[in-house]
Design a protein around this ligand. Structure first.
Ligand code: KG4
Ligand code: ZN
Length: 359
């Protein structure tokens, strides 16, 4: 339980990849104002995120966005209670831009600074009071499915993350992006592939389902991705017809959904052993926006006596609401960070416990 002392608004900044995002939440977690700027146009021609371009774009957009969001919230720096920025994991250039601006604002306002772990921010999103009545209660199972991460994590408290399994090769979003690229859908491919799959027949191609029924909840997508790419090569000498592409997209998406449902089922039985009180399967990350995957995971959760909690689509992908919220959760435990803490490209969730304040 946290001590419910009134807390001033918290400013959150997210710059770990290609979304520049700023949000201000009041002390209860209500969103006062937020902005997300997706740098799609900047990276599209390169078929993926170019770190140097991303860092420069963050540098260009971020200061104005902070001003805008504070103005929309109707407050100034003096009204804030703390400033937080994603400090990792992610692309180091962007992380430096976001954390340095946050530290500058904190210094100018004499405010506490919080260096937020991006994965922790995704992990705690389901506890936003407006999202789930009373916020998701600990312990719960988190299935993090983004472009860079696919992990099953038992979340037992703020800063308390236990990795149950994860991908041994590609992340789920990465697999979507690579297959989409082969289908000529551009980048980022996940949403376009999902749209195309709606026109296809998922039974036309029975693609492999790696790791299905394997013990534990590790994931693998590279074999599936290779099988799909080989099918694309076999199906057409020149370019695929739209119908052929749609059938392949639907078959691939169904294979991913089946694998994820199976892995989630295994993760829930692992939870049952160690945290029998857990009843929630929380999904987060860009791939959690996929409706076929949500359906498959809802069914897996039902069968295990769990409920699926899926944040609204806009909070599945990268945003600053989750950063400010993670900061509020940490502030409630009396946790802040020194200005000397650096941005870090790698920062596994399991190492966070060491940052917990002494009881
Ligand atoms: O969490 P996220 O916004 O960024 C990070 O990677 O942190 O996830 C982006 C990933 C991309 O790979 C994108 O293609 C995938 O999520 N994605 C989707 C969908 N929307 C985004 N994949 C499948 N279906 C979608 N609707
Ligand atoms: Zn993310």
């Amino acid at each position: 339980m946290f001590v419910n002392t009134p807390m001033k608004p918290v400013l959150g900044i997210e710059t770990s990849c290609d979304e520049t995002a700023v949000a201000v939440l009041d002390g209860t977690g209500r969103v006062l104002a937020e902005e997300v700027l997706t740098q799609r146009a900047e990276h599209q021609a390169f078929g993926g995120v170019v770190p140097e371009i991303a860092a420069r774009a963050h540098l260009h957009y971020l200061p104005r966005m902070v001003q805008d969001v504070l103005r929309q919230a109707g407050i100034g720096i003096a009204d804030l209670g703390a400033v937080a920025a994603t400090a990792g994991p992610g692309l180091i250039g962007g992380l430096i831009v976001g954390t340095q601006l946050a530290k500058g604002i904190a210094l100018a306002g004499g405010l506490p600074y919080l260096a937020i772990n991006h994965l922790e921010a995704h992990a705690l999103t389901a506890r936003l009071p407006d999202l789930v009545p009373d916020g998701a209660r600990f312990p719960y199972l988190l299935f993090l499915l983004s472009g860079g991460h696919s992990q099953c994590i038992a979340v037992t408290g703020v800063g308390q993350y236990h990795r149950l399994g994860g991908t041994i090769d590609d992340a789920a979003g990465e697999a979507f992006d690579k297959v989409a690229k082969q289908l000529g859908l551009g980048w980022p491919g996940g949403p376009a592939l999902e749209r195309l799959a709606l026109e296809g027949d998922r039974a036309t191609h029975m693609f492999p389902r790696p790791m299905l029924r394997r013990e534990g909840c590790d994931l693998s997508f590279s074999g599936l991705k290779t099988a799909v790419i080989q099918t694309i090569a076999r199906t057409a000498d020149a370019s695929l017809t739209r119908r052929q592409a749609a059938d392949i997209a639907a078959g691939f998406q169904q294979a991913v959904a089946d694998v994820l449902a199976d892995r989630a089922a295994h993760a829930m039985s692992m939870m049952r052993q160690r945290w029998p009180a857990a009843r929630l399967l929380v999904i987060a990350g860009g791939v959690a926006a996929n409706l076929a995957i949500r359906d498959a995971l809802t069914e897996a959760a039902d069968q295990a006596g769990y409920s699926l909690v899926a944040p609204p689509l806009r909070l599945c992908s990268d945003n600053a609401v989750m950063v400010a919220w993670a900061a509020i959760e940490r502030l409630r435990l009396g946790l802040t960070d020194p200005m000397s803490i650096d941005a870090r490209p790698r920062w596994p969730l399991e190492t966070l416990a060491a940052r917990q304040a002494p009881p």
